[in-house]
Design a protein. Structure first.
Length: 115
């Protein structure tokens, strides 16, 4: 399984970005996909999760109302839409997939939010 995350960049506070995660290498029934972020020196933070077949999603309270997760079966891509970005959202963002646990991780994409 390979994951390719993209869509990061620099944005001013209040702006928006949409991250993409393209998944290849296996079928996706039963898998769930998660988005995480990490600031150097800090633990990785869970942001959102979606069941690939069920589309049932969960958003962490810390970003609820600003971030949404979705997926598109037609191109095996998951998205993290991030609105009303804040400087504290600056981090490297990762996508990961798995069944019982997150077994496969993408390389991360950097998001920088300036005030």
């Amino acid at each position: 399984v390979q994951l390719q995350a993209s869509g990061g960049g620099s944005v001013q506070a209040g702006g928006s970005l949409r991250l993409s995660c393209v998944i290849s290498g296996r079928t996706f029934s039963g898998l769930h996909l998660g988005w995480f972020r990490q600031v150097p020196g800090k633990e990785r933070q869970f942001l959102a999760h979606i069941g690939w077949s069920t589309r049932i999603s969960t958003i962490d309270e810390s970003v609820k109302g600003r971030f949404t997760i979705s997926r598109d079966n037609t191109n095996n891509t998951a998205y993290l839409q991030m609105n009303s970005l804040k400087p504290e959202d600056t981090a490297v963002y990762f996508c990961a997939v798995g069944a019982a646990s997150y077994d496969y991780w993408g390389q991360g994409t950097l998001v920088t939010v300036s005030s």
